[in-house]
Ligand binder design. Structure first.
Ligand code: FMN
Length: 241
């Protein structure tokens, strides 16, 4: 459990517990961590729900094309094999606003109603889908060595839901494509935001990283079919009993 010298990073956790005793909040977090380590038995189940989030054009996007190929593998019927339920939501321009940084109390007030000040697609579609999901797949092109604005807005808007529930029981996966370089930077940003900050479970080798620029080129990279299959297998082994 990460505590700064002043324990000021436990201010919100303390408020959530209805106290101003930062040490109490710190100990509560440590206790919960030990409890979850002791009781952890994996998250695998028969028909896990996967939520794929993207902000890409179906027609031209390299990241979306790779996801489509991974999804096809995940849904491939095989005798005696369980498949996941997959839902996709597109977060393209105009469908969502970024977080407006409401006060803690306002954010918690909306969060308690599973809502957020801005409402819209995030509250109506995305929050319920995240709540139900066993894993989220972040489909992330590299835009200026950063997660794109729409995908970042999704992460920011998750904060209201995070006020009232943790995401420990959900895995995060990612498909990342850069035109030239920087896949590692995007992967690190996702680990920071989704795992370290929002507590999503981080499976080993959680991301598929590819380098392709022109539309349609990612799915034609040398050896790509084997990597698509191996990524789909990894998702399967993490989530399916
Ligand atoms: C606004 C913008 C910024 C980009 N910045 C970078 C960058 O910093 N580094 C890089 O390697 N590629 C960069 N690219 C290239 C994309 O990562 C690359 O074209 C990728 O295939 C896009 O995936 P998509 O087709 O799913 O959108 C950028 C592309 C756009 C449109």
């Amino acid at each position: 459990v990460e505590g700064t010298g002043s324990l000021l990073n436990f201010r919100v956790a303390a408020m959530n517990l209805g106290t101003d005793d930062l040490m109490e909040a710190y100990k509560d977090s440590a206790r919960k961590l030990v409890e979850s380590a002791e009781t952890f038995s994996g998250y695998r189940k028969k028909n896990p729900k996967i939520l794929a989030l993207h902000a890409s054009s179906h027609r031209t996007s390299n990241t979306y094309a790779l996801w489509s190929a991974v999804k096809e593998k995940l849904l491939q019927e095989e005798e005696g094999r369980e498949n996941p339920d997959i839902r996709e939501i597109g977060l393209r321009n105009g469908t969502l606003y970024d977080c407006s940084g409401c006060s803690f109390n306002a954010c918690r007030h909306f969060g308690e109603q599973e809502s957020c000040f801005y409402g819209g697609v995030i509250v109506e579609d995305v929050y319920p889908a995240v709540r139900e999901a066993d894993a989220v797949v972040m489909i992330c092109p590299n835009y200026n060595d950063a997660i794109s604005a729409n995908m970042t807005a999704f992460i920011n808007r998750l904060t209201a839901l995070y006020r009232i529930r943790q995401f420990y029981d959900k895995a995060v996966f990612a498909i990342i494509v850069s035109g030239y370089s920087g896949n590692d930077t995007i992967a690190r940003q996702l680990i920071s935001a989704m795992n370290m900050n929002k507590n999503f479970y981080l499976p080993g080798r959680f991301a598929m990283l590819e380098t392709a620029n022109d539309p349609g080129t990612a799915v034609r990279l040398p050896g790509i079919q084997a990597r698509i299959e191996s990524f789909a297998d990894r998702i399967r082994q993490t989530l399916i009993l």
